[in-house]
Every structure is written in structure tokens, then in C-alpha cells.
Design a binder for this molecule. Structure first.
Ligand code: RIB
Ligand code: CA
Length: 309
């Protein structure tokens, strides 16, 4: 029985690879893609989602755009990492279609109403759309099996010393999600920083078909950025880990504990505070990824990507 999901994202190179992994797996039924501002402006993340679905031959999958800014703060983007259009590297393309009419929230609501069984929401961008689901669809929370999100960290951040980008962009939204009572799985930087690909992986994909070539061009940009900016061997494919986890949960080690989000401090805004040693006595509200079988992840991801064309 494949896992029926909606993917909320801000493509973004690693979001794009996450979409491609989801559509390549028989374990996943991608009911729709919703977009949010984050890596780039909403118009770009939406266009990029449409382009990626064209690339994998799935223009049938609905795309609905959501929030174009965080709940209460000014939008910050990751143009330095992903480029002004959000998907630098491949030759710019034009989507074959526009986004579907209706907002991300309306689409999610309709799916939650119409699906016979609870579905999984996957979020790989700022949690602004997810906060809307929490606050505006309380009557449908019983139709949400779980929310699997890429964001946060047990230790240091990647956009500030304290905060990971997705949580930093909309810390208020993230706090609402943590306090929602929904079943939550957090895929943070301790996990995703092990989930990197490098030039050798791009080389294995090149020449294997149009989709694989597209991924290789994404990696050329994304790996190059991380080699220059951080001196790392490769680029963490953060968002694809959420999908890989749904395909094979045993890839990850996890701990169920209390997670809260800093929304006040200027110095540590957006920090996810993980009660690793259960010292607070607070509710264990999130299953937190603490480690990943890197080799098994890379094998799973590459095997799926090499089937795309
Ligand atoms: O910090 C990594 C996250 O921020 C990923 O989701 C990446 O796409 C960016 O959105
Ligand atoms: Ca993302």
C-alpha cells in the first residue's frame, strides 16, 4: 500500500530532488504539491515545482501555491544558495502549465475531506502553510497521519549559528506546528548533513537520460556552492531525506522528545530547542531524527534517480 502524501515545498535544488524521488517511488503516491515562499519568491518556487513535474512527466499532479511570506515577519530567501530564480544550474525552462486554481490550504482541505484514510503531509520549506493547516483546519487533524518536515537542528544552525533556514524564515509558524498535537517527525541538520551527494554522483547521472541530466545540472550548481561556501565535499540533499524516510523508515535513528522554537531572541531566533536528555519534563511532541545510514540513503536515492528516464 503506497503512502499517500502532499508535499509542501520551496524548490530549491534539494526540494526538486525530493519531488523527483517521490514520483519515482512506487511506495509513494504524490497527491499534490503545494508551494511556499522560502528559498525564493512564491512565484519562483511555484514555477520550479511545475518545471520539475514536467521534467518527470507528471503534469497531472496538482500544484497549488500557498503563502508568499511568513506569518508575521519579512521574507528572507536563500537566493545566495539557490540563485535568484531558485533553481540555478539547469537551462531555464518554462512550465507547460500554470498552477492549479485555489490556494494550497484549500487544496489540502479538499484532499483531507475526500481521502478515505489519513494522509501524510511532508514539508520541506518554511512551515507557513503548515501553520495554516494547524490553525484553520483543526476539524481535519484526524485526517492527517503525520507531518514529516525538514527543518531545525539539535545543534548548530546553517543560516545563523543558532537556526536552520526553514525554521528561521518563519519561527512563529514552526512554533504553531510544534504545539499542534499532530504526529510530527523532524528531519534536521544532524541527519541531512550526512545525506550529501558530490561530483561523482553527478557523473553517474550524466548522460543517463533527460531527467538524470537535469539532476546532474542541479548538483553541479548545488555541490559547487557547498564546496566553495563551506569547503564540504558535497551538498546535503536535505529535503530528499523526508521522502527517503517515508520509503524506508529504518534509514533513520530517532528520539521522541520535546521540541520548542525560539521566537523572541534576536540572537537565537528560529533555534529548535531539543530536549535531548528529557530534562524539561515537557511533552514529547516530536520524533527527532538523530542519525542516518548514509550509504543506504545514497544507494536508495541514486537507484531511484537512475530510473527517472
Ligand atoms: O536548511 C535546509 C533547508 O532550507 C532545505 O529545505 C533547503 O531547501 C532550504 O529550504
Ligand atoms: Ca526546501
Amino acid at each position: 500500500m503506497s503512502k499517500r502524501i502532499i508535499l509542501d515545498c520551496d524548490p530549491g535544488h534539494d526540494d526538486a530532488i525530493g519531488i523527483m524521488l517521490a514520483t519515482s517511488s512506487s511506495e509513494i503516491e504524490l497527491l499534490g504539491v503545494t508551494t511556499v515562499a522560502g528559498n525564493s519568491l512564491l512565484e519562483n518556487t511555484t514555477r520550479n515545482a511545475l518545471i520539475v513535474l514536467d521534467m518527470v512527466g507528471r503534469p497531472d499532479i496538482p500544484v497549488h501555491s500557498g503563502r508568499n511570506a511568513p506569518l508575521v515577519r519579512e521574507l528572507i530567501t536563500a537566493a545566495s544558495m539557490h540563485g535568484d530564480g531558485g533553481l540555478d544550474g539547469p537551462v531555464p525552462a518554462h512550465p507547460s502549465r500554470s498552477a492549479n486554481p485555489g490556494s494550497a490550504l484549500e487544496f489540502i482541505e479538499n484532499i483531507l475531506i475526500s481521502e478515505p484514510e489519513p494522509i501524510t503531509l511532508v514539508a520541506t520549506g518554511p512551515l507557513t502553510n503548515m501553520a495554516d493547516v494547524v490553525t484553520k483546519l483543526p476539524h481535519l487533524h484526524n485526517k492527517i497521519e503525520q507531518v514529516v518536515f525538514m527543518g531545525g537542528a539539535i545543534g548548530l544552525g546553517n543560516w545563523t549559528p543558532a537556526a536552520e533556514f526553514n525554521i528561521l524564515v518563519d519561527p512563529e509558524a514552526a512554533a504553531m506546528v510544534m504545539n499542534s498535537g499532530l504526529k510530527l517527525t523532524m528531519i534536521g541538520l544532524e541527519v541531512t548533513h550526512e545525506a550529501w551527494l558530490d561530483d561523482t554522483h553527478a557523473g553517474q547521472l550524466r548522460g543517463q537520460g533527460a531527467c538524470e541530466e537535469f539532476v546532474a545540472e542541479l548538483l553541479d550548481h548545488f555541490v559547487g556552492f557547498h564546496q566553495k561556501r563551506f569547503g564540504w565535499p558535497g551538498a546535503p540533499i536535505h529535503d530528499a531525506v523526508t521522502i527517503a524516510y517515508l520509503i524506508e523508515p529504518s534509514l533513520l535513528t530517532t528520539l521522541v522528545t520535546n521540541v520548542t522554537v525560539e521566537t523572541q531572541s534576536e540572537l537565537t531566533l528560529g533555534r529548535t530547542v531539543i530536549d535531548l536528555y528529557s530534562v524539561t519534563g515537557k511533552t514529547a511532541n516530536v520524533e527527532v531524527g538523530t542519525g542516518i545510514n548514509r550509504d543506504a540513503f545514497v544507494t536508495l536515492l541514486m537507484q531511484h534517480l537512475l530510473t527517472l528516464s
